[in-house]
Design a binder for this molecule. Structure first.
Ligand code: NAD
Length: 498
């Protein structure tokens, strides 16, 4: 079929799609050992898309044993980097060649607009695999500055078996931010997608094999967190656990590691990011546009969502007016319509969470400026209007808790000192935006923010070259960039007496 260009084209492709819901272990699709499945429900209309294998301890044991065996055999782990590079690049090519199918699976499974699944998620996933593939044969180890009669070699080695547990908001991208550096460095990986969005991970595993990644190197175990996720986190033969998800589960994983084999644990967790607009912002319209994207893109289900908009009093009213205008372009629509910008919330539970937060905002005295309602309920899908609250205090529930939905809290401030104080008054430290024409103020504010990423006069910038991750309870370690290799390699010091 030619590339779909309309909702009916995408619906026709969806009707012909063969969806696989099986686990992928040692290069084969197979059901869970128990035979159990769970329903994968589309938030577009509440319909069941597929029965998906509900993996558990037995599947984790099998996948880890296979992953270990192939790691020790060296078919991937000892392959020259230039060869791994070629396979990774082929894998990226295959992701791109199958972009329509992958985008469609992503949209059906988690409700995001098809234009973003194809233009952002598939593109971002392929880029991550390609970037790490291309990087791996260009990195050198180190020789220590020793005395003349010694050589100190500092080398990096793959950690071994990696378990990657990922969330549902960017299923492919979050997976590929882990798969890129872990596979490139020669590890064997067990990927556990979210039970809310398992389909693209399952499909990608087959493309990896097609690209030439040996059987057993990439395994995918769909299932629940408290079953297969926990089994992997407690497993005595998993060397490293990498995670993207909530702060609550991130903390639990540290406990599991301590209770088992002290596996390395790297966590990308939640956020409640401040987007600070000073009176001297260079372009208020651009700030409004970015503020709307920062809270409405991906239905607000973004860890870096600019959910706290800190506005200096002189521009507050004007900025709110401009954001309300911008939000007209972010009203929910059918996710398979190529014009839709805001799709469905991932499931009923997430929709209910968001509606409860909106209720709490009004009850605690914030002013509802725009949105606030569930819409399109007649479709059976999970849609909510982008919502703006003003007169929010930083201690209100909607300003302190991560909503993970399109709900913006506007908080007024006066002066840099107060802005920084409010911005840092959170348990999170993932990202922040700063809008000012004053270079010195921009730098001073950026330095004062306890945050892993700071964006000046835009929001959510960066590419594969920039590390991604947070301070405080937003996690540890970094995805993206060469820094991500730290998570997937051990450093060995070999000292030679000559
Ligand atoms: P979640 O923590 O509920 O689940 C994440 C993953 O952990 C899922 O695969 C889940 O099945 C698994 N899990 C749940 N309980 C587990 C357990 N006891 N043991 C092992 N695994 C378990 O998060 P979510 O709702 O899927 O995703 C939303 C969260 O992800 C938000 O907090 C968001 O900020 C965060 N996130 C962070 C980043 C980042 O890079 N910092 C990026 C995207 C999303």
């Amino acid at each position: 079929m030619s590339t779909p260009t309309s909702r009916s084209d995408w619906e026709a492709l969806a009707a012909s799609l063969k969806i696989t819901g099986q686990a992928f272990i040692n290069g084969q699709y197979q059901g869970a050992a128990s035979g159990d499945t769970f329903d994968c429900i589309s938030p577009i209309d509440g319909q069941v898309l597929a029965k998906v294998a509900s993996c558990d301890l037995a599947d984790a044991n099998l996948a880890v044993a296979n992953a270990r065996e192939v790691f020790e055999a060296g078919t991937w782990s000892m392959l020259p980097p230039v060869k791994r590079k070629q396979v990774m690049i082929k894998f990226a090519d295959l992701l791109e060649e199958n972009a329509d199918e992958l985008a469609l699976l992503e949209t059906l499974d988690m409700g995001k607009p098809i234009q973003h699944s194809k233009g952002v998620d598939v593109v971002g996933a392929a880029r991550a695999i390609r970037w790490y593939g291309e990087a791996i044969d260009k990195i050198y180890d180190e020789i220590a500055p020793t005395a003349h009669n010694e050589i100190g070699m500092i080398t990096r080695e793959p950690v071994g078996v990696v378990a990657a547990i990922v969330p549902w908001n960017f299923p492919m991208i979050m997976a590929c931010w882990k798969l890129g550096p872990s596979l490139a460095t020669g590890n064997s990986v067990i990927l556990k997608p979210s039970e809310k969005s398992p389909l693209t991970a399952i499909r990608m595993a087959q493309l990896a094999i097609e690209a030439g990644i040996p059987a057993g190197v990439l395994n995918v175990l769909p299932g629940y967190g408290h079953t297969v996720g926990k089994a992997l986190a407690l497993h005595m033969d998993v060397d490293t656990l990498v995670f993207t998800g909530s702060t609550k589960i991130a903390k639990q994983l540290m406990i599991y590691a301590g209770e088992s084999n002290m596996k390395r644990v790297w966590l990308e967790a939640g956020g409640k990011s401040p987007n600070i607009v000073f009176n001297d912002a260079p372009d208020l319209k651009a700030a409004a546009e970015a503020a709307a994207v920062a809270i409405a893109f991906n239905q607000g289900e973004v860890c870096t969502a600019g959910s706290r908009l800190l506005v200096e009093s002189g521009v507050k009213d004007e900025l709110i007016k401009l954001i309300v205008e911008e939000m007209q372009g972010w009203q929910p629509g059918h996710p398979l319509d190529p014009k839709t910008t805001c799709g469905a919330m991932v499931d009923q539970q997430q929709l209910t969470n968001v509606l409860n937060y909106i209720k709490a905002g009004s009850e605690q005295g914030a002013t509802l400026v725009d949105g606030g309602k569930q819409v399109m309920a007649e479709t059976g899908g999970m849609y909510v209007q982008p919502t703006i609250f003003s007169n929010v205090r930083n201690d209100m529930t909607i300003a302190s808790e991560e909503i993970f939905g399109p709900v913006l809290s506007v908080i007024e401030f006066d002066g840099m000192e107060q802005a920084v104080k409010i911005a840092n008054d959170t348990m999170y430290g993932l990202a922040a935006g700063v809008w000012t024409s004053n270079l010195s103020k921009a730098h001073k504010t950026a330095k004062a923010l306890r945050s892993g990423m700071v964006w000046i006069n835009h929001y959510d910038g960066g590419d594969m070259t920039a590390p991604f991750g947070g301070y405080k309870q937003s996690g540890n370690g970094r995805d993206k960039s060469l820094h991500a290799f730290d998570k997937y390699t051990e450093i060995k010091a070999t000292w030679i007496a000559l």
